[in-house]
Design a protein around this ligand. Structure first.
Ligand SMILES: Nc1c(C(=O)O)ncn1[C@@H]1O[C@H](COP(=O)(O)O)[C@@H](O)[C@H]1O
Length: 162
């Protein structure tokens, strides 16, 4: 059984991170949600990262805002793929989150998504793509998602005014 961990630095990240969870649900992918802050809960963070693989997770999605060290610190503690979601911030519009997540030192990668809601959805889709390498049922559901999206995009042309 494949499973994704959806981790966020604060409950205040939930309005964005719930979109990742919604997308995982739509693809019938099993997940757990966790609120773990690298800054506020450093020991919990280390333990979660170290135990994640044996805990049955295949991929970690990690969303954080501002000085967003959570995805990088999870990646430092596991060799599972970590997908980072930069949360949009009021002060710097999420550029702070983006740069904190994307600028990892060589050797410890985090797959960084776009800032905000679209990034959260894409994190779920990217997690699905990773799982689909070895799980043909997830691959089929992902292909169906793409096909439906293509159909909607083509049909949307008909809604243009003259
Ligand atoms: N970036 C981090 C980390 C971390 O990286 O460990 N822990 C909390 N945070 C972020 O702080 C922001 C404000 O959090 P609060 O709303 O709890 O003050 C959130 O976006 C959270 O992800």
């Amino acid at each position: 059984m494949t499973k994704v961990a959806v981790v966020m630095g604060s409950t205040s990240d939930w309005p964005t991170m719930r979109l990742a969870v919604k997308q995982l649900s739509e693809l019938e992918i099993d997940y757990d949600t966790k609120v773990i802050s690298a800054h506020r809960m450093p020991e919990t963070l280390t333990k979660f990262g170290r135990d994640a693989r044996n805990g049955g997770y295949n991929v970690i999605i990690a969303g954080a805002g501002g000085a967003a060290h959570l995805p990088g610190m999870l990646a430092a503690n596991t060799t599972l793929p970590v997908i980072g979601v930069p949360i949009k911030t009021r002060t710097l519009s999420g550029m702070d989150s983006l740069l904190s997540i994307v600028q990892m030192p060589g050797g410890v990668p985090v797959a960084t998504m776009a800032i905000g809601d679209a990034g959260a959805v894409n994190a779920a889709l990217f997690a699905a793509a990773i799982l689909a390498v070895t799980d043909s049922r997830v691959a089929d559901r992902l292909q169906n998602f793409r096909s439906a999206q293509t159909r909607r995009a083509i049909e949307s042309e008909a809604t243009l005014d003259d």
